[in-house]
Design a protein around this ligand. Sequence first.
Ligand code: SF4
Length: 440
Amino acid sequence: MQDEKVIPTMCASHCGGACLLKVHVRDGIITRIETDDGEEPQLRGCLRGRAYRQRVYAPDRLLYPLKRVGQRGEGKFERISWDEALDTTARELLRVRDTYGPASIILAQMTGDVCSLNNFGAMDRLLSMAGGYTSPWGVTSFQGGVYASLVTYGTWFCSNTRDDLLNSRLIIMWGWDPASTVTGPNTCWYLAQAREAGARIICVDPRYTDSAATFAHQWIPIRPGTDTAMLLAMAHVMIREKLHDQAFLSTYTVGFDRFSDYVMGAEDGLPKTPRWAEPITGVPAATIEQLAREYATTRPAALMTGIAPGRTAYGEQYHRAAITLAAMTGNVGVHGGDAGARAWESVMGGFPYPVNSMISAIPRVSNPVEKAFPRTAGPLFYRRPRIHFSRLADAILKGKAGGYHADYKALVVAQCNYLVQFPNSNKIARALMSLEFMVL
Ligand code: SF4
């Protein structure tokens, strides 16, 4: 029996926590997993990360390549060798490329559990070196937040880092439950430290979340999908009571006059008062007024906006309203404040955690299919001839006849479950049925 080795690594979960895992290995078998027990702040893993051993040795984990033997969708597969799997995949992708052109191959990738090497970057590189492929664009998870950040700030890296919560006197967790979703290294540790240091913490959320129970001095339940109305009503209070930071707005922003006209009803005859918002949101007008005054008068204050409220129809307006409130209170670009854009930015944003597991270490090569199309100043990741994630199924079903750049015949799926993670599963199922080849 060999001595036990302890291999330091990180948890590759999509939560972005990037926690330290110390994996004990004996005779090639993981015996247990510990986490950070060093100096504070520790990158201490949660139960999900520390239970990775169960995942590695799960009895239903796929360990070998399988080939479909029945009809597509029938669920019948047989085990094949790695040689057969690789030969079949190479042969089919080359056949599709040579018959229909490289753009007829789509690589559908997302950012599931990833590592620096074992991620979609490898497939991107392979397909690019073999002539290219069609790529999706967009962010299925938080497109509303990304859009709002880009049109307002010109970047999606605009949040303060987690350690800066220690400088906040007020933290508003809006639709944000880091006790469950983590959203970046050490978020809960800094929240706990901020509370101990005297920061007041308020949670606006339909659910009494673990974060509300653990950190919040006040929980404000709100009807799902009505966040924009409450934020507008808070803006109404600030404008009416002249609590907004006009100096900040005049110096750093444009368009506040038009926003003010809309909020106060000068534009459409409908003032967005707390009384107007109360029946929409289910939040008492007095509570909306209290939160508006508190946010406007407590400096610095961090409005930490989760991405869930933006996952609604017109969800980008929630993010834009929150960003506007952050500017109205002068909390953008100051220690202890936050840009209000999307409380997940520091995962990829900068010091002290400039990179995480979502960034591939595989060197990229340019995709020949995209070479003919110059980069544009369009939305994030957009570039002709890419297809937005929400339109992939439509593109597969219609191809050139539907105005797309190619007729799509093969699909390579990496790090996602395309059928269940994207909108309109029925349409996706129809699209998958029409493909000549698919590999996951
Ligand atoms: S918090 Fe996230 S990164 Fe850390 S151990 Fe848990 S799942 Fe893994």
